[in-house]
Design a binder for this molecule. Structure first.
Ligand code: SF4
Length: 388
């Protein structure tokens, strides 16, 4: 283990990886459906679905990390059992969207209700506390439940999960390599030593919050004078330890323009970040009831920027952008117990971190029951789409 090798790959090497992944996809489809006709039909459905999601643009950037390849921060790397399981899930759900045995693609689990910061937009603002709400035993039961339900990808968040470092390490070890873990953190306190321990314990990737390219503006947003420095230190320490890095930005109206976004992407490229995630400001937590949602012209500016950076070859050296809002507007929501759900810092089940209105608590309800209830309830903002 150690520093990531390869990082972003493009051109012929990326084409070769796509071919290998395509062969794996065909093999899995034929294993599920013994009939070649059914298997080919499933593959065509998947290809059509991909085209609907991405339009005609080809994703020619792939992240290489520790001999695996990543198109997204939401799926296990290729090749791996986890990747095969996710492909199988996609193929099955293309045909049988209501099959109760289909596992979630990813589980978002808030393991801490404590935090050093008081961010303007915090979606867990109501749940932040001086003490933890959930015991280690309760979290451990959730990980067991996830493993038993075939979940192969999990995002550990908070509050600030680094404040529960030892518990987090135990939880990752408990999954015994069956789950790709990603950590969502402000970066505070993520030293080189802790980054190495995280990697040794099986952490695949880290999502670090950075809300502006400008140090002062990021610190103001996070209400902490060292927030910017810690975010960038965490990027370096994780890159050095061989952990994939993803910067996540809350896109406010002030940030929704090509000029600021380009400065942000320049910073990410210089820091050798592999992914950047655009999350639009949403009316939850500390932003509840405020007039903060992006307006149409701002959404259009962000969308045009996203499509340009991800598809034009002159931007090959820039990180891959993930922009869930773009796909949700186009195709509907794929959270809400469909591809993912969120367990908050009190143990309540939600459709996603931005879709509040719990259907139950981990103390009284299993993951499987919560998935069913959330699928019935759907997303409050976008139409839930069980076919994406
Ligand atoms: S957004 Fe994250 S870092 Fe900020 S206060 Fe909330 S939990 Fe803490």
């Amino acid at each position: 283990m150690g520093r990531l090798q390869g990082r972003l790959i493009t051109g012929l090497p990326a084409t070769r990886v796509k071919l290998r992944a395509g062969i794996a996809l065909v093999r899995i489809s034929f294993q599920i459906y013994k009939s070649p006709k059914q298997a080919l039909k499933a593959l065509l459905l998947l290809i059509r679905q991909r085209k609907r999601i991405h339009g005609n643009s080809r994703d020619h950037k792939i992240v290489r990390a520790n001999d695996r390849y990543y198109w997204s921060i939401y799926t296990p790397g290729f090749p791996s059992d986890g990747f095969n399981a996710v492909i199988e899930r996609e193929i099955r759900s293309a045909f049988h969207s209501s099959d109760a045995a289909i596992p979630l693609q990813t589980l978002i689990l808030s393991i801490s209700s404590r935090c050093h910061y008081h961010c303007e937009h915090c979606f867990e603002g109501d749940n932040l506390n001086a003490a933890e709400h959930l015991t280690y035993e309760a979290l451990s039961r959730v990980v067991d439940d996830a493993v038993q339900n075939g979940i192969r990808h999990m995002q550990l968040g908070g509050g600030e999960p680094m404040l529960r470092f030892d518990d987090m390490i135990r939880l990752m070890k408990q999954a015994n390599g069956t789950i790709d873990f990603w950590l969502s953190t402000s970066g505070y306190g993520l030293t080189p030593e802790l980054a190495k321990t995280l990697r040794k314990s099986g952490l695949t990737g880290v999502t670090i919050s950075l809300d502006h390219w400008d140090e002062n503006l990021h610190n103001q947003f996070r209400h902490h004078t060292k927030a910017y420095q810690w975010a960038l230190k965490a990027v370096k320490n994780c890159n050095d330890a061989g952990i994939i890095t993803n910067l996540t930005i809350c896109i406010t109206r002030a940030m929704a323009n090509a000029k600021d976004l380009m400065k942000y992407m320049e910073l990410a490229r210089r820091r050798e970040v592999q992914f950047v995630r655009f999350l639009e400001a949403r009316k939850v937590g500390n932003y509840a009831g405020k007039d903060i949602m992006l307006r149409t012209h701002e959404q259009e500016a962000v969308t045009a920027f996203y499509l340009k950076l991800n598809s034009e070859k002159r931007y090959n050296a820039y990180p891959i952008i993930q922009y869930p809002g773009y796909h949700q507007r186009k195709l509907g929501c794929y959270g809400a117990g469909n591809r993912y759900l969120h367990i908050d810092a009190r143990g309540n089940y939600h459709g996603c971190p931005f879709c509040r209105g719990a259907v139950g608590n981990i103390e009284a309800m299993s993951l499987r029951e919560a998935m069913g209830l959330l699928q019935e309830k759907g997303c409050h903002l976008f139409q839930t789409n069980h076919h994406v």
